[in-house]
Ligand binder design. Sequence first.
Ligand code: ZN
Length: 407
Amino acid sequence: MPDALDALTISRRIGPELVDLRRRLHRIPELGLHLPDTQSAVLEALAGLDLEVTVGESLSSVVAVLRGRAPVSGERPVVLLRGDMDALPVTEQVAVDYASERPGLMHACGHDLHVAALVGAARILDELRDELVGDVVLMFQPAEEGPGGAEPMIREGLLEAAGRRVDAAYAVHVYSADHPVGTWFGRPGTLMAAADEIVVTVRGLGGHGSAPDRTRDPVPVACEIVLAFQTAVTRQFSVWDPVVLTVGRIAAGTVNNVIPDDAVIEASLRTFSPEHRTKAHEVVTRVAQGIAAAHGLTAEVSIGNGYPVTVNDVDEQSFAQGVVVDLFGADRWADMVNPEAGSEDMSFVLEEVPGAYLNVSACAFADHRDAEDNHSPRATFDDAVVPDIAVALAEMALRRSRQLATD
Ligand SMILES: [Zn+2]
């Protein structure tokens, strides 16, 4: 693979600059949809390259299209590479000389490494443009930690940014624990859960605690609904495609001798397949409304959709894993047995376009069992992995677009 060698050589040459960019970003963490300082740093880092750059309207995203120069006979393939850019409301407790300069804010999920790596991929692809068949869309995304940046970027035209729809999409996430530094890990199919918020309001008719027959008491009905939820989870869903439904809050009434008008149940629903997610929404609604109706009350069910299930396309996952193994060796890959119960808004892109989301350990400890997880104020990331992520993303784009052009 001559261009693998070239891409690796370039990544090693530009590595120190990428690490420097990561550390500059680490000092200036920003939250949510609007990341003006991060956006400026990205635009500045991309400034010397021949790219078609657009910035978001409703959020401070950056989309850059890089056009290949290799000849292509049919339609030009389009590959998307994604890096998320936002930080967390965490006070950093890591003693590094590039620690956060913003009290209460920290890049505790390593998205600063993602930004630097995506800039690195852009620089590698820029140098290897003569070998690139088709076009690459570079997606610099705000608000992964909430309220979600991928969905508004798709609405603003992300997937058509190159003039043709994206054919395949890839993303990489760093972890501060779990594996020795430099180990890549992932799995085909479901990678992360969908997380939805459920609010059930049981509407009854309040009154005197001594005369429940002249009321429609929502309290026992709410209790029955909570228990029926657990029965529904175990009786209506296969154990091989788990559903987790946790009632974290239940509230009703003010005092012991007054029957309230309403009772409220708040629950968190996690599912690992789109099928069970849809079914769980139906089951929760039917159970709550059915039990309320059986007692002559009503139940309103509102479901706040969080991020969908993150699903790796089986072929794309196998391709991306192959690139990693080819670049770094089979001993740097670990299969994930189970999906993670967290969620991720790259899922919105992967719902539209086949692709793969891989993880890599950036653990900064000699023994990864001593390390703290992402989101901890003590999460520490070894940015020596940044050039590796850059070259892996660049190679995914180079190789997949070549395959797409000959398919
Ligand atoms: Zn993250």
